[in-house]
Design a protein around this ligand. Structure first.
Ligand SMILES: Cc1cc2nc3c(=O)[nH]c(=O)nc-3n(C[C@H](O)[C@H](O)[C@H](O)COP(=O)(O)OP(=O)(O)OC[C@H]3O[C@@H](n4cnc5c(N)ncnc54)[C@H](O)[C@@H]3O)c2cc1C
Length: 419
């Protein structure tokens, strides 16, 4: 019997996994990657350390994908974090679990993960064509017949699209898959940057450029209503704010800005103290350092660049002595420290977005096989799908799990859903 021919388009996390799985299941697999080598984005993930997955239990894990999560349940039921950990450890990449359940290679090197996948794909018998771009899908009588790459026509029984989203386009993820999927009849939920730095009104951010605030609590308000909060590190840049806390909150802020609503951030600079405790602390400080000017007194409470911003926003002269601060001004200072406001004016582009929200409408994909419901022989995996999560290893696991399922199903190894 001749082996089933499968073309995988895209050599990222999802495509490498899909190609290797399909080959191990007995298919003749060709992997097409338009960059010089596979796994470019994977090699820069997790600030070069690659947060491959998270040890959160399955339902908690799924909740990190918001409304896009339930679609992933069948893929996670078949291939989840423990499977990925076992796979990588058995392929020479020992892993370690860190704070928040995040899993990284012990070596701290994302390229080790790429190397393990690329070597495994080669050993599985996959034929890789790098520097080859899939320009079009070959469609014959409503089903997939192969892929067009320049002048070359590559025929196949099934095609797995794993071209990723539009984020960090220098890694090769330029959104080609949206057009390819559209030609096969798919609906594309409009792509938008997610996990992306935010732009802030006025010159406050520029004044604080380079300042990192650890252990703060930030809340995003949409049209004045509290939407979500996050705790951790926040970083100022010359245009706005970034860092883990902002990555978590950016989804709500981007959606608000794009739909014409107002989006504000409120930063609690002293989350360990409630308002009363903070007021008592301020009272003590003002009494103990009564002869000091506010600009030096506040250094005990704030990093240097924030002192000037704080005094200016409160309209308080820098040289005012501690003993001259009225109870009313002390309360205003306490309120500002608990709720430093920043108005969001926009967000950075796909160039700086960690993931792309939107993509192939998951209503048109069978979640039990990652097979297209609108075009026979077509499978879709990874970030090209309309699924996205917070930071924490969730996005890569989704790419690996959907890649695993697409590879196995395209090779004929996973029975069709009966539902
Ligand atoms: C800076 C950064 C850090 C990140 N860190 C983490 C992290 O630590 N943990 C985590 O879970 N997630 C992280 N992510 C998100 C994660 O990297 C992605 O969700 C994941 O890589 C998506 O995998 P994918 O295979 O679907 O797509 P991609 O990794 O984007 O791969 C798609 C591949 O398809 C190729 N391609 C595109 N079009 C064509 C075409 N027409 N023909 C041929 N090939 C094509 C591209 O060149 C690319 O190699 C990070 C993202 C970024 C940008």
């Amino acid at each position: 019997m001749t082996a089933r021919k499968i073309i995988v388009v895209g050599g990222g996390a999802a495509g490498l996994m899909a190609a290797g799985q399909a080959a191990e299941a007995g298919a003749a697999v060709v992997l097409i990657e338009k960059m010089q080598r596979s796994g470019r984005k994977l090699s820069i993930t997790g600030k070069g350390r690659c947060n491959v997955t998270n040890v959160a239990e399955r339902e908690t894990f799924i909740s990190h994908f918001g409304t896009t999560g339930p679609f992933l349940r069948p893929a996670f039921e078949r291939y989840f974090s423990a499977d990925l950990v076992a796979f990588l450890e058995s392929h020479g990449v020992p892993l370690v679990t860190e704070r928040g359940g995040r899993v990284f290679p012990v070596s701290g090197r994302a390229p080790d993960v790429v190397h393990a996948f690329v070597q495994w794909v080669i050993r599985s018998g996959v034929i890789s064509h790098c520097r080859t771009r899939a320009d079009a899908l070959l469609l014959e009588t409503g089903r997939i017949a192969g892929v067009q790459c320049g002048a070359d026509t590559l025929r196949a029984d099934a095609v797995i699209l794993a071209t990723g989203g539009k984020s960090y386009p220098a890694t090769g993820s330029t959104g080609d898959g949206y057009d390819l999927a559209r030609t096969a009849g798919h609906t594309i939920v409009p792509p938008r940057p997610a996990l992306v730095p935010l732009e802030i009104d006025g010159n406050t951010a520029a004044r604080l450029d380079g300042l990192s605030l650890r252990n703060v609590r930030a809340t995003v308000l949409v049209d004045g209503d509290k939407r979500r909060e996050a705790f951790g590190e926040l970083l100022f840049t010359k245009f706005g704010v970034t860092g883990p806390v902002i990555m978590t909150l950016s989804g709500e802020a981007v959606e608000a800005v794009q739909s014409g609503c107002s989006a504000d951030l409120v930063i609690d600079l002293k989350p360990a103290l409630d308002s009363e405790k903070l007021d008592r602390r301020l009272q003590r400080d003002l009494e103990a350092r009564a002869e000091e000017p506010m600009r030096s007194l506040l250094r005990g409470l704030l990093p240097k660049p924030l002192v000037g911003v704080c005094l200016q926003k409160l309209g308080m002269p820098a040289h005012r002595l501690g003993r001259s601060v009225s109870a009313h001004d002390r309360k205003r200072l306490g309120c500002w420290l608990k709720a430093f406001p920043l108005s969001v004016t926009g967000h950075r582009s796909f160039e700086e977005a960690i993931v792309t929200a939107g993509g192939v409408d998951t209503n048109e994909i069978d979640p039990n096989r990652m097979a297209s419901r609108v075009c026979d022989g077509l499978f879709v995996a990874g970030e090209l799908l309309d699924v996205q999560a917070n930071t924490g290893g969730y996005n890569l696991q989704a790419a690996f799990s959907t890649g695993w399922l697409a590879g196995r199903s395209a090779a004929g190894g996973v029975p069709s859903s009966l539902v």
